[in-house]
Design a protein around this ligand. Structure first.
Ligand code: MG
Length: 156
């Protein structure tokens, strides 16, 4: 039995903040404006897994109004979603994602992000594509970055 889930996240970019994607810190002049570490990939992936299970969303599980979630490393959110998934008898068959970011290029960091995500999720079929926004809108002007994820869960 299969279940499919979709996730999306967007955060503003500001100078002097950390740019973390998939738990990997990417050297860049700007980073995420967020309550947690702003990791758009892990946020969207967490939402996709929870959505596939019909078990709520990241905002319900980890409200950004709570002080305890401030500056929290987003692998904690993802690990919690994995725990819920396993408790419900599912594993991840594959993950596919878009990172929508004008700058910097994702390619040099892609393998590291995939490996890190494999470690947390136990999924060996992960793909990640970097895409610019052709200089259009806020993403295209480097004011924000977004991520779109689709995940397939399989009953074990
Ligand atoms: Mg987020």
């Amino acid at each position: 039995m299969f279940r499919v889930g979709i996730g999306f996240d967007i955060h503003r970019l500001e100078e002097g903040k950390k740019l973390i994607i998939g738990g990997v810190e990417i050297p860049f002049e700007k980073g995420w404006v967020a309550h947690s570490d702003g990791d758009i990939f892990f946020h969207a992936l967490t939402d996709a897994i929870l959505g596939a299970l019909g078990k709520g969303d990241i905002g319900e599980l980890f409200p950004d109004t709570k002080e305890e979630n401030k500056n929290k490393s987003s692998d904690i959110f993802l690990k919690e979603a994995i725990k819920i998934m396993e408790k419900n008898g599912y594993e991840i068959e594959n993950i596919d994602a878009y990172i929508l970011l004008q700058k910097p290029k994702l390619l040099p960091y892609r393998q590291k992000i995939i490996q890190n995500t494999q470690k947390i999720t136990g999924c060996s079929n992960i793909f990640l594509k970097g895409k610019t926004f052709e200089k259009l809108g806020d993403i295209g002007q480097g004011k924000a970055g977004a991520c779109e994820v689709i995940v397939l869960l399989k009953k074990f």
